[in-house]
Design a protein around this ligand. Structure first.
Ligand SMILES: [Zn+2]
Length: 325
């Protein structure tokens, strides 16, 4: 059934069916597989086996496999909604105070718990304070500091840490054969982000990105064309902004006179050049500005992206451009 990647397996090793707490909160950066972990733990708690496994034979496992287990409640933000709403939790409450359909455990699984509205979060807290019998809360968050302390204090918090380079490589090489190291490097060892990059055909994307950025720095000639092009490829736009940030961070690392700065290898020529030729104050200023636009673009805003991007490129050209040095 559902197999847990190696770097996640250690988090279930300390859990046993006899003494499960009624609420767990897994937290850590995006792209480490927290959702997979929630699914895995949910399934093993529901399985009739006395160990934390999914036997895939019992009635519970079969219902999970067919996606119809009546005691598994997964709360997700509904399509087009800003957050998980109070009505979803009211709906949940009606179901979970009745006895379990299969007479055993019930699971409430909430990935990205930070996306709950204030009301929803208060309502969840009420349930957490007096949980129905044999009910387990499994929650996860990329932003633990946004979670109300009242919810945190009632949960066992488990931090999911970034796996090693080798763990990432081992997992990715099950599905891919090329560009694995670059993907791991670019994702900062976050396997699911790396996988996503592979699926987006990163090598091509990345080399075009580097060509675009060096073009902007060298001549500033194609700013309008490049921002038009980037805005057409909306799906990869936040990623490119993120990469722009990395270029500045790497340039700052070079600037800090680090002989062997730990920087992304494929953009090292650019970042070394910038580090040696730019003012550190300007690099920091530009990094703030770039991060600001990256944040804006990561949300669902209707702002005029092309205009924002162009003005960012102009700032890059004027701060870093060869002609200005
Ligand atoms: Zn089973």
């Amino acid at each position: 059934m559902h197999n847990l990647p190696t770097w996640l397996a250690k988090y279930t090793a300390s859990l046993s069916k006899e003494n499960l707490h009624h609420a767990y909160l897994f937290y850590g950066r995006e792209g480490l597989g927290k959702k997979d972990l929630l699914t895995y733990v949910s399934n093993t708690i529901l399985c009739e086996s006395s160990n934390l496994i999914s036997c895939s034979q019992c009635k519970n496992c079969k219902l999970i496999l067919s996606n119809t287990h009546p005691d598994l409640h997964v709360i997700l933000k509904e399509e087009g909604k800003k957050n998980i709403s109070i009505s979803q939790i009211i709906n949940l409450r009606e179901k979970i105070y009745e006895s379990a359909f299969l007479g055993k455990n019930k699971i409430i699984s909430i990935p990205n718990i930070e996306s709950m509205s204030r009301d929803a979060s208060d309502a969840i807290l009420k349930i957490l304070e007096e949980p129905p019998k044999d009910t387990f809360f499994l929650m996860s968050s990329n932003f633990i500091h946004q979670i109300p302390s009242t919810i945190r204090s009632r949960s066992i918090e488990i931090e999911i840490t970034v796996p090693s380079f080798n763990e990432c490589r081992e997992w990715l090489s099950e599905s891919y054969s090329e560009n694995i190291d670059l993907a791991i490097e670019l994702s900062n060892n976050r396997p699911l982000i790396a996988k996503n990059l592979m699926d987006l055909n990163i090598l091509e994307l990345r080399s075009t990105f580097i060509k675009d950025i060096s073009g902007i720095i060298k001549s500033g000639k194609h700013i309008v064309n490049i921002s038009e092009q980037w805005c057409k490829e909306l799906e990869t736009l936040p990623l490119k902004l993120e990469w722009m940030s990395y270029i500045l961070i790497d340039a700052i690392k070079h600037e800090s006179a680090n002989e062997h700065a730990d920087v992304l290898s494929d953009s090292e020529n650019i970042t070394r050049y910038l580090g040696e030729n730019s003012d550190i104050f300007n690099l920091h200023e530009l990094l703030n500005k770039t991060n600001e636009i990256w944040n804006l673009f990561s949300g669902d805003t209707n702002l005029r992206k092309e205009y924002q991007l162009q003005s960012l490129f102009v700032a890059w050209e004027s701060e870093l451009g060869i002609s200005s040095l």
